[in-house]
Design a protein around this ligand. Sequence first.
Ligand SMILES: *[C@@H]1O[C@H](CO)[C@@H](O)[C@H](O)[C@H]1NC(C)=O
Ligand SMILES: *[C@@H]1O[C@H](CO)[C@@H](O)[C@H](O)[C@H]1NC(C)=O
Ligand SMILES: [Zn+2]
Length: 504
Amino acid sequence: MASSFSSSSSSTVTIFFFVAFLVASFPSCVDSRGGERSFGFAGLANHSYEASGRHLLVQEMNQSEEVQDVTHGYMTNHELEKAMKKITYRCANISRMYSIGNSLMGIPLWVLEISDKPGQEEPEPAFKFIGNVHGDEPVGRELLLFLANWLCDNYGKDPLASIIIKNVHLHLLPTMNPDGFSLKKRGNANNVDLNRDFPDQFFPQNNDEQPRQPETRAIMNWLRENHFTASASLHGGALVANYPWDGSKDLRKQYYACPDDKAFRYMANLYSHFHYNMSQSREFEEGITNGAAWYPIYGGMQDWNYIHGGCFELTLEISDVKWPRAEELPVLWNFNKASMLNLVASVFKSGVHGRIFSALSGQPLPAAVDIKGINYTVKAGQLFGDYHRMLAPGQNYEVTASMPGYFPKTAWFSIEDEAVNVDFILNPVDGESRKLKPLENNCKCGYGGMQKSEMMLILTRNHLQVSIAAFAILGFLLFLFRRRINFRIPNSRQLVTHKRALVP
Ligand SMILES: *[C@@H]1O[C@H](CO)[C@@H](O)[C@H](O)[C@H]1NC(C)=O
Ligand SMILES: *[C@@H]1O[C@H](CO)[C@@H](O)[C@H](O)[C@H]1NC(C)=O
Ligand SMILES: [Zn+2]
């Protein structure tokens, strides 16, 4: 099912279904997402957070104590920073480096952005990889440098590298936990497991932001400033692609599906099947698992990304051995290379994408995008009104764009092998729109100068596409009609005198 990803061309189907829904009430903006939540088990929650959270992986912690001279051949934090800088010199036009904060011990949390327009906002999806969340799982931080170097070397040469760099903003944080790495332990310098330090949907007492670790806060702020479509964090100690939910409401180990279960299973399968042998796992069917079905965790980064960051995050366990000999790193890169590249490309090559504009001013709208039957809202970007939403292929969907002050619009489409593009032009509700200040401004300038020509451009484009579609349908009908006539000619010969009217 994922094999189509290897194709280099990526024509997107543009659908222009405009059906105005004259619905009286408008859905209000949803600011927290996810499955049903109820906190009716607070008594239980109090004692079990520590138990099931921090000390869950006893096995893994014992393993990390044996770690001795394993760092040999791995980059130190300082060497990692230098390697990242080197890429920004070597591929200056497609990369930049920035820090999202400091670790507890003051090491900058460096991010490498790879894109044909690094640092500029574009109406494109963004993807992030986070490595080394656990200090003693360093394979990911090295693989992200392999990935960055490979993209840098192959831009303009390899079609997949070019597709990613042109159409996606890729952000790589090789180490989220540089202190844990240098201390060769799982937690950060405070001994806190960073993948248990995020606010949790089932534990409201974990919602206070102040006592959080600096590394956790850096990630949370990063997601407030950037809109990532999807992401993955890289771990070690197993070989499996793990997807939300990580926790279950009643704390039991069980399959606990999030609203986008199908899209997540699609993404996890994509990773697993492009991997050298992840899908051959004997422990996990197809090499993928729902987090809570494996073991429930609370305060994890993955669920927080999906609920609060609008970001579809996977937790990838990429090597059975947490700290393999450095000589094995090139092999591990080869095992994961196709998976990593195709997962990044999937934010562009699958799902539904588009832009949303106001019919009145032509301005982009940060509208809400909802899929019927999936209780999860994706928001369009403020600057370009662009949205990017992961969806499982092989299905029909109904998408609705809505924005306070505008009539919502709905379109229908199906996703097969490629991404689908659905743009919307929303009509303002008369009277209602005048109450909104930004629209009032747009109203005044909307009919003159730049704004108008922008609007005309959009409308013309819209008409053009509708005309093309109408023309195509007409052509097809004509084709069918002719076939029908040709087919009829032999046996209608005797009837010709009687049924003359049939012959055009
Ligand atoms: C949808 O999800 C929200 C939480 O994000 C929840 O409060 C609400 O009850 C859910 N609605 C349905 C119909 O399941
Ligand atoms: C995958 O291949 C590696 C290297 O040959 C091996 O060590 C590992 O056990 C394999 N895993 C699976 C699930 O087949
Ligand atoms: Zn881990």
